[in-house]
Design a protein around this ligand. Structure first.
Ligand code: SF4
Length: 455
C-alpha cells in the first residue's frame, strides 16, 4: 500500500514553461498536453504566470444587470433550456415599458452596464431592437447617468439582418455591417460573446444545426471590430465536443484577434505553421501577436472622456461608440455545458477540475486576449473564486436576473451583491477592481460613478 500520493510533476511541461516565460505562442499539441497531463497544479501555475503578468494582484468585477428580452426562439438547440415556442408556458417578450423599467432599476442600483440577449424572436420587427437600445439610453439620461449597452450575440445580429430584410447570402459581411451600423447609431456599445459554442462543423450539426456556423460568427465580430466596437467571446464546452476541437476553437479566435491587434498597430511575428483550414475560415492575414511577450504593451482601452467630478454624469457613450477606435476581443469566457433541462440531459457535463483546466488552458492558448472570465453564474461563485488562481482575472458582475442557465436548481433571480463579490476576490488574494464594460477602472460615490482618468 503506498504511503504517499504519487508525484504529479510532469517533465513534459518544461518546454511549455519555457515558451510561457518567453511569451511565445503555444501550439495545439501543447494544448493537448496541457489537457492530458496529470500535473493539474502545474497547468494552473503556468496559467497564473500569464494572468499575473497581465493583471498583477487584481481581479475585476462590474455592476451590471442582465436583460433577456424574449425567450421565444425560432431554433431548438439541444443544449439550450432557455428557449420556448410562442404559446408555450413561460414564453415571454418584454415590451418597451418593461425594458424602461429594467433600465430604471439598473440606473438606481448604480449599474454601469446592461447586458441584453434573447432568443431568435421571429415575430418582432427590427425597429424593436433599435427602440430597445434607445429606450435604455433615454432612461439612463433621465437619471443623469449612462448605461453601456452590451447587446446581441452574433447569432442574433445575423437574425436581425434577416428580419430587417437586409441579409444577402452572397455579401453577408455587408449585411452585417448595415445592421451593426444602425444598432451602433442607436447606442449599442459592444457585443457579448455568446453563440460561438464550439467552432466545429460536426459539433454544430449534432447540437445546434440551424444556427450560424463559425465563419459567420467570426464575420460578425470582425466587422464589429472594423466599426470600432469591442466584442467578447465564449466557448460552450463539455457536451459532444472533444478537447482538440476546443483547442482549434481557441486557435481560430486568437488568429482573429491577431488581425484586430494588427489594426491597432501591434507588431508581431510571421505566423508559423498553420492549422489546416483556420486561415481560410477566418479570412485572416495577420502576424502572430501575443500580449504576453515581455515588454508588449497591454491592449489599449478606450481613453476615458469623463473626467468630470462625481456626481457629474459619465459620458461613457461618447467613448464607447467612437468611430476612430478599432475594436478587438476583450475576453474569452469558457462556459461549461450545464445538462439540466436540456435535450442533452443524459450527458454528465464537465467536472469542476475540467472547468478549472479549461480556464487555465484558455489563458495559456489565448495569449493575445487581455481577459479571461470565470462567469460565476455558470461556474458558481466558489469555483470562480478559485479560478482566479488558475488564469481568470474577472468574475463578471452583480447580474441580478439571468434566465439562460440555472445551476443546481437556481431560479431567474441570480444576484450577488458588491460586498460579496469583493469579499470573494479578496479572499482569493487579489485586490477587487470595479471595471466598466470596456475594462476601464470605475470610481464611485454610492450609485454615482465615473471612469477613472488614470489606468
Ligand atoms: S441557444 Fe440561442 S439560438 Fe439556440 S435555442 Fe437557445 S436561444 Fe435559441
Amino acid at each position: 500500500m503506498p504511503t504517499c500520493a504519487p508525484p504529479r510533476a510532469d517533465a513534459r511541461l518544461d518546454a511549455i514553461r519555457e515558451k510561457v516565460l518567453a511569451g511565445e505562442r503555444l501550439s495545439i499539441d501543447d494544448g493537448m498536453l496541457l489537457y492530458e497531463t496529470p500535473d493539474l497544479w502545474g497547468v494552473f501555475e503556468l496559467a497564473g504566470i500569464v494572468r499575473n503578468r497581465l493583471h498583477p494582484g487584481v481581479a475585476y468585477y462590474n455592476i451590471n444587470r442582465h436583460l433577456n428580452y424574449s425567450n421565444i426562439c425560432a431554433l431548438s438547440c439541444k443544449f439550450c433550456e432557455f428557449y420556448r415556442k410562442k404559446g408555450d408556458d413561460g414564453a415571454y417578450t418584454h415590451d418597451m415599458d418593461s425594458i424602461a423599467d429594467e433600465a430604471r432599476k439598473a440606473c438606481e442600483s448604480g449599474a454601469t452596464e446592461i447586458h441584453v440577449v434573447g432568443g431568435l424572436q421571429p415575430y418582432l420587427p427590427f425597429d424593436y431592437y433599435t427602440d430597445l437600445i434607445r429606450t435604455i439610453k433615454r432612461v439612463a439620461a433621465e437619471h443623469g447617468t449612462d448605461l453601456h449597452v452590451k447587446a446581441f450575440t452574433a447569432v442574433e445580429i445575423v437574425h436581425l439582418a434577416k428580419i430587417a430584410k437586409k441579409y444577402k447570402r452572397d455579401n453577408r459581411r455587408e449585411s452585417i455591417r448595415l445592421i451593426l451600423t444602425e444598432l451602433k447609431e442607436a447606442g449599442l456599445g459592444s457585443l457579448p460573446g455568446g453563440g460561438a459554442e464550439v467552432f466545429d462543423d460536426r459539433v454544430h450539426d449534432e447540437t445546434h444545426k440551424g444556427k450560424i456556423r463559425s465563419d459567420e460568427w467570426l464575420d460578425v465580430h470582425m466587422v464589429a471590430h472594423e466599426l470600432g466596437l469591442n466584442t467578447n467571446s465564449t466557448i460552450l464546452y463539455g457536451h459532444v465536443d472533444n478537447r482538440r476541437e476546443r483547442l482549434v476553437h481557441m486557435e481560430i479566435l486568437r488568429r482573429a484577434q491577431d488581425q484586430a491587434l494588427a489594426r491597432l498597430g501591434y507588431a508581431g511575428q510571421e505566423a508559423g505553421e498553420e492549422t489546416e483550414g483556420i486561415t481560410a475560415i477566418a479570412g485572416i492575414d495577420a502576424p502572430v501577436i501575443t500580449l504576453t511577450r515581455p515588454g508588449t504593451p497591454q491592449t489599449p482601452t478606450v481613453s476615458p472622456r469623463t473626467n468630470g467630478r462625481i456626481p457629474e454624469p459619465p459620458k461613457q457613450s461618447d467613448a464607447s461608440t467612437s468611430s476612430t477606435h478599432s475594436g478587438y476581443f476583450q475576453t474569452i469566457t469558457p462556459l461549461p455545458f450545464i445538462p439540466d433541462g436540456s435535450e442533452l440531459e443524459h450527458l454528465p457535463g464537465p467536472s469542476g477540475l475540467e472547468n478549472m483546466r479549461t480556464i487555465a488552458i484558455a489563458r495559456l492558448m489565448l495569449d493575445n486576449f487581455p481577459h479571461v472570465k470565470a462567469f460565476w453564474i455558470m461556474q458558481t461563485l466558489p469555483m470562480a473564486q478559485i479560478m482566479l488562481d488558475a488564469g481568470a482575472d474577472d468574475i463578471d458582475g452583480t447580474v441580478v436576473w439571468y434566465d439562460i442557465t440555472k445551476v443546481g436548481g437556481s431560479d431567474t433571480h441570480q444576484e450577488v451583491t458588491v460586498p460579496v463579490l469583493r469579499r470573494a476576490i479578496r479572499e482569493a488574494g487579489y485586490e477587487p477592481v470595479e471595471r466598466d464594460t470596456l475594462y476601464r477602472r470605475v470610481e464611485r460615490d454610492g450609485n454615482r460613478w465615473r471612469v477613472r482618468s488614470e489606468p
